[in-house]
Design a protein around this ligand. Structure first.
Ligand SMILES: Cc1ncc(COP(=O)(O)O)c(C=O)c1O
Length: 382
């Protein structure tokens, strides 16, 4: 049956029925009182998720739009930034800065590994003239399934004085991101990840340091002007027509998250991450990420010997209705990725590993097809 699919990619993620239905409400005036009420509720909820007392803005865009907003609001032409990249999305953040005439110095780490906070400290310590205006860093690198230690990196950058601009597009809700406590000046998150909403919204949190930087920054900006977002938020509006149905969906999703509790939600992601990794290992597969920094939102798996990634994903989709992601750029055909962020249940994890075992066996791998699901059940406490 084509219609029933288990969507296990790292975004877009499955959407709970009540969140789907929230979009089916009649359209309202986006400059009227009902929208103002919804925007106030979601902004308060987002502040709890970002663990910040400062501003959070809801923009109508995909995640990349939020990254562009970060660049154009924080920087001026000719500024220097340090790009700490561990994969495709770290590189994208740097590319956006370059596109706007910002000088980008790269501090890249091997894909599959996390950024070494010590190396960041070293590079910043050498910047005696304080030329580095900002550090661009990805919290959860979705392309490799690696999570950076933002609790360590944030304070190191703060010590130097540069701004910390964080791509938290696939990390928020899936893992602890203490925006204020870790000194993260600007954090971007995407609706289609652990927030359990369809694509279309991006959230940008920024503190007072970022607001001061915005006042001095001179890169051209219009749609992404976060100063306008702040002014309009005071009126209960967004500067431009927002994706109203997704704002309703955000409200419904945040209510689900409030009921679960943020801490319980993080713990669920930790449990699911551990179960997927246990299942992968039991099937004789190797994770791509450094196990010390393996993400609890997405697991990257090395291509098994004798099995093509494309064939495996095709069989999983067509026979088992399980959708997994492939590798990106240089990792294409070398890894596949299992998303386990957002609206994912224990039984989704078990079913995915069961289907993976069956598919691997069918493609000729000498494997106990049930081993992955069994290990996941065991890890989940069964
Ligand atoms: C970490 C990270 N950064 C940036 C992006 C880009 O977001 P979008 O595709 O919504 O523009 C993604 C999307 O997968 C991501 O996971």
């Amino acid at each position: 049956m084509k219609e029933k699919q288990l969507l296990m990619i790292p975004g877009p993620t499955p959407v709970p029925p009540s969140v789907l239905l929230a979009a089916a409400a009649p359209m309202i005036n986006h400059r009227g009182p009902e929208f103002a009420e919804a925007l106030a509720e979601v902004t308060a909820g987002l502040k709890r998720v970002f663990q910040t007392q400062h501003d959070v803005f809801v923009l109508t865009a995909s995640g990349t739009g939020g990254l562009e907003a970060a660049v154009v609001n924080m920087l001026s032409p000719g500024d220097t930034v340090l790009s700490v990249s561990i994969g495709v999305f770290g590189d994208r953040f740097a590319s956006i800065a370059k596109a706007f005439g910002v000088k980008v110095e790269s501090l890249d780490f091997e894909w599959g590994t996390a950024a070494d906070p010590g190396k960041i400290r070293e590079r910043l310590a050498a910047d005696e003239k304080k030329e580095i205006k900002a550090v661009l860093v990805t919290h959860n690198e979705t392309s490799t399934g690696v999570t950076n230690d933002m609790a360590a990196i944030g304070p190191i950058v703060r010590e130097h004085g540069a701004l910390v601009l964080v791509d938290g597009i696939s990390s928020l809700v899936a893992m602890d991101c203490q925006t204020d406590a870790w000194g993260l000046d600007l954090v971007v998150a995407g609706s289609q990840k652990a927030f359990m909403i369809p694509p279309g919204l991006v959230f940008v949190a920024m503190n007072d340091r970022a607001r001061e930087a915005m006042q001095k920054a001179s890169l051209p900006r219009f749609y992404w002007d976060l100063g306008k977002a702040k002014d309009y938020l005071k009126l209960g509006q967004t500067p431009w027509t927002p994706a109203v149905p997704q704002v309703f969906q955000l409200r419904a999703a945040l209510r689900i998250l409030e009921a679960e509790g943020l801490q319980a939600c993080f713990e669920r992601h930790v449990r699911h991450g551990a179960a997927v990794r246990a299942g992968i290992g039991a099937l004789g597969l190797k994770g791509f990420a450094d196990p010390k920094h393996a993400s609890n939102a997405v697991t990257s798996v090395r291509k098994p010997d004798g099995v093509e990634v494309a064939a495996l994903r095709k069989l999983l989709l067509e026979k088992y209705g399980v959708v997994l992601a492939g590798g990106q750029q240089s990792m294409k055909d070398k890894i596949f990725r299992i998303g386990h962020l957002g609206y994912v249940s224990q039984s989704d994890i078990v079913a995915t590993l069961g289907a993976l075992g069956l598919a691997l066996k069918e493609l000729g791998m000498d494997v106990d097809a049930a081993a992955g699901a069994a290990a996941a059940i065991e890890a989940l406490g069964g």
